[in-house]
Design a binder for this molecule. Structure first.
Ligand code: 3PY
Ligand code: MG
Length: 244
């Protein structure tokens, strides 16, 4: 039976053992973040086989750009997340860059995604339907234009970014502010009406209880670097207390 909720976390460190740890920890998906990290395309391509194919590997591209989208898809990831989709035009642009003709304008290469040639025809035949194309709604303008964005064919999921959304509303970091919560609720309701799967990020698990109850499909929690940093600080604090 297909899972209703997919749990994931964010990979930014580029370390192959960290990729192995994330996929071994039982997550359903990972967001490999090229927007807020120093990850190179080579880092991403090296990490993909280490994650393996039991975990859905979605790469967040640095921006809504045709060149980035084609190069990232050519690494052989399972899909992309495009930040800051604010208008119908933004949504159309990302879909055109993500789909091979006739649905779009993705250029045809011969890369890791195509098994370096061995699975060229199969990849071309399946890419438009199999790859997961996520649009991030994380700006007040995107919330305002959600109806027209949802009308663009070829988007597989909406991903809500509470941090950028709160910043665009003049409330940076205040992701629990009632106005931010109301804007998020609006997007969630529209997604539900359009039968569009959606996802959301939280830095820790607590607020995600509600999201699970509300039907969120792509649950995203934590960032590898901050998980490691907070465990290290916690360990150090506890040891310091013992020697006082
Ligand atoms: C945000 O909250 O802005 C995000 O992009 C989370 O991934
Ligand atoms: Mg963001």
């Amino acid at each position: 039976m297909e899972k209703k909720h997919l749990i994931g976390t964010i990979f930014t460190l580029g370390s192959l053992p960290v990729a192995e740890m994330i996929s071994g920890a039982g997550f359903d998906w990972v967001m490999i973040d090229m927007e807020h990290s120093v990850l190179s395309l080579e880092d991403v391509q090296r990490a993909l086989p280490v994650f393996g194919n039991k975990i859905l590997r979605i790469v967040r591209v640095p921006c809504n750009d045709e060149t980035w989208i084609k190069r990232v898809l050519d690494t052989g990831c399972d899909g992309i997340m495009v930040p800051m989709v604010k208008t119908r035009q933004d949504a159309e642009k990302m879909v055109l860059a993500s789909k091979y003709p006739p649905a779009g304008q993705r250029s045809v290469g011969l890369t890791r995604a195509h098994g370096y040639g061995a699975s060229f025809s199969e990849y071309l035949a399946g890419a438009n339907s199999d790859l997961i194309i996520m649009a991030q709604i994380e700006h007040a303008e995107g919330v305002q234009n959600i109806d027209s964005i949802l009308n663009v064919r070829g988007i597989d999921a909406i991903f809500i970014g509470p941090y950028d959304l709160s910043a665009s509303m003049g409330l940076p970091g205040q992701v629990q502010h009632p106005e931010v919560i109301m804007a998020i609720r609006n997007v969630k309701n529209k997604c539900a009406d359009a039968a569009m799967p959606y996802g959301i990020f939280a830095s820790g698990p607590e607020p995600l209880r509600q999201e699970i109850d509300d039907g969120c499909r792509y649950i995203l929690c934590g960032v590898d670097s901050s998980l490691m940093s907070s465990s290290l600080r916690d360990l150090s604090d506890r040891l310091h207390k013992m020697i006082q």
